[in-house]
Ligand binder design. Structure first.
Ligand code: FES
Length: 315
């Protein structure tokens, strides 16, 4: 699938990957603020660093002079990270002012992003929050006193609602409100939860229940929820053929939909003993996070759902 990126997004991406002067890919040594977001599941992870011009007496008046990012991700992740750095540097914001940059600001700067790529702009805002938290700790700033309520990592921990993307209930609840997410596709586009096997959509305590709790039950649009396809268990002592079929089934149910959501795909080329030879295609093939995708997402899923012994090899 080819994504419809704006001309500006394309140009920003090309400039960044060619390291054009003024772009921001990289990492600041000994930064004043350091933050990360993402789990590298499907290659999505972002590290954000910034340097400030320190105010002599009042850290609240520190100004961000330099911002850098490193990301596993595709065109939109790189372009959204570039946009975030540019907006902050040009605005000469203090770290606390920078928190006011929203994912909508990033999307506007890029002159639009495909709906399925909105999560890339959300990822930047999350990494920025984490970096500001780090700056505040280093500079002895009490964010609460400064009127800023940041969620710490621990506060987002809790019951995992979406197992495919390891997304927790507190995090989903928070994002539903912060980003005004009204439907399951809204959630998937913004934070990826629900973007693979769909079993978390209508399960008790799943995405629809969390939406209903946040906004009240909405009238159903478009009929009953889609059925969840049950997984079949391979009997003990399964033949090679049965094992191959089970691996194919897990790939089809738990892996492929997530990759297709990002414009990519995967093919199982061969299986020998415990080695599963896979090839990524589409957007995933050229993605900087392809290796991470294979190791972290595909291999982990196969280990969980088929056998701990399996290893994924890229071909
Ligand atoms: S559990 Fe949420 S998409 Fe699979």
């Amino acid at each position: 699938m080819a994504w419809e990126y704006s001309e500006k997004t394309r140009q920003i991406f090309m400039d960044a990957v060619h390291g054009k002067p003024g772009t921001h890919m990289g990492e600041i040594e000994k930064p004043d603020g350091f933050g990360e977001h993402g789990s590298i599941v499907c290659g999505d992870a972002l590290r954000f660093t910034f340097r400030v011009r320190q105010h002599a007496t009042d850290p609240l008046q520190d100004v961000i002079t330099e911002a850098r990012y490193l990301t596993f991700g595709c065109t939109s992740a790189i372009a959204a990270s570039e946009a975030l750095c540019t907006i902050i540097e040009h605005g000469q914001y203090t770290p606390i002012q920078a928190l006011k940059v929203t994912n909508q600001d990033i999307v506007r700067f890029l002159e639009g992003l495909p709906a399925q790529k909105i999560h890339c702009s959300v990822m930047g805002a999350e990494a920025l929050e984490s970096a500001v938290f780090n700056w505040a700790q280093k500079r002895g700033v009490d964010l609460a006193l400064a009127g800023v309520q940041l969620q710490t990592k621990g506060e987002d921990e809790g019951r995992i609602v979406c197992k495919c993307f390891s997304v927790t209930e507190p995090y989903i609840r928070r994002k539903i409100k912060e980003l005004n997410l009204r439907t399951i596709p809204d959630i998937t586009n913004a934070i990826k939860a629900g973007g693979a096997c769909a079993s978390c959509h209508h399960a008790p305590g799943g995405l629809q229940d969390l939406l209903d709790e946040a906004w009240g039950r909405q009238p159903a649009a478009g009929g009953p929820p889609p059925p969840v396809v049950p997984r079949t268990e391979t009997p003990a002592g399964a033949s090679s053929f049965q094992r191959f079929k089970q691996i194919e089934q897990v790939i089809a149910q738990s892996v492929r939909p997530a990759l297709q959501h990002d414009g990519g795909d995967i093919e199982v080329v061969d299986i020998k003993d415990n080695l599963v030879y896979c090839r990524l295609s589409g957007a995933c093939a050229g993605c900087m996070g392809a290796q991470a995708t294979l190791k972290m997402m595909v291999e982990r899923t196969l280990k969980e759902e088929v056998s701990e012994q399996l290893r994924v090899i890229a071909v």
